[in-house]
Structure formats: structure tokens, C-alpha cells
Write a protein that binds this ligand. Structure first.
Ligand code: ZN
Length: 124
């Protein structure tokens, strides 16, 4: 337990600060004391939470196989969506770049004859 104590201003008795309290009665003279802020023991919700999980984990472990069996179609569906998502993510830009490249090639191939013809016409 915390060895930190503060002296009662009325009787000088050492008082142990109460957990979660800002004020308390002196254990020696009963004077109304304000617990110094640095000695205040705050109620930390994390402490309660850390004690709770083990039971919850046990429950999850018991149902894990059943949950997995129930979740398997959902998981495979999610996996398919993920796979299609990644496929689309990789294939779509590739297709787009391919289309752009093809268009550029077509434009180049289409432009060159025009240039050759225009050159040929202007040279005549
Ligand atoms: Zn006192």
C-alpha cells in the first residue's frame, strides 16, 4: 500500500489519503481535511479493465471454433472482396496505363502517315 501520508493541520497526525477522495476526515481528530493534489489516489478504470479480460478471453476461447465456423463464409467472402479489391487496385491502373500506351502508339502510328503524306504533298 502507499506509504505516502500527509499531516493533519489541526493535530499533526499522519493521514493516509483515501482512494478516489479529495476530502476526508482526519483519522485522529476528525477534522475535515483536503487531500493534497499530489497525494490523491485516483480511481483508474484501467485497473478494473485489466482484471476483467481473462474471463472474457475464456468465453471467446470456448466459442472460438463455433464463431470461426459461422464466420468462415463471411471471411471467405471478405477475402474474395479483398482479393478482388487488390486485383482491381493492381489491374485497373495497369489497364489504364496499357490503354494510354496503346492510344499513344495509335496516335503515333496514325500521325506518322499523316506527317509523311503532308511532307510528300509539300515536297511535290
Ligand atoms: Zn487531525
Amino acid at each position: 500500500m502507499s506509504s505516502q501520508s500527509f499531516k493533519c493541520p489541526a493535530c499533526g497526525g499522519p493521514n493516509q489519503p483515501e482512494t478516489g477522495a479529495t476530502r476526508m476526515a482526519c483519522t485522529y481528530c476528525g477534522a475535515n481535511l483536503t487531500i493534497p493534489e499530489r497525494l490523491r489516489i485516483k480511481i483508474i478504470p484501467k485497473a478494473e479493465k485489466t482484471s476483467a479480460p481473462p474471463q472474457k478471453i475464456d468465453v471467446i476461447e470456448v466459442d472460438a471454433s463455433q464463431v470461426l465456423r459461422k464466420a468462415q463464409p463471411i471471411l471467405t467472402g471478405a477475402w474474395n472482396v479483398y482479393a478482388y479489391g487488390t486485383l482491381a487496385r493492381w489491374v485497373l491502373p495497369a489497364c489504364l496505363t496499357l490503354v494510354v500506351v496503346i492510344l499513344l502508339i495509335c496516335a503515333a502510328l496514325g500521325l506518322f502517315p499523316i506527317l509523311w503524306i503532308s511532307n510528300w504533298i509539300s515536297n511535290r
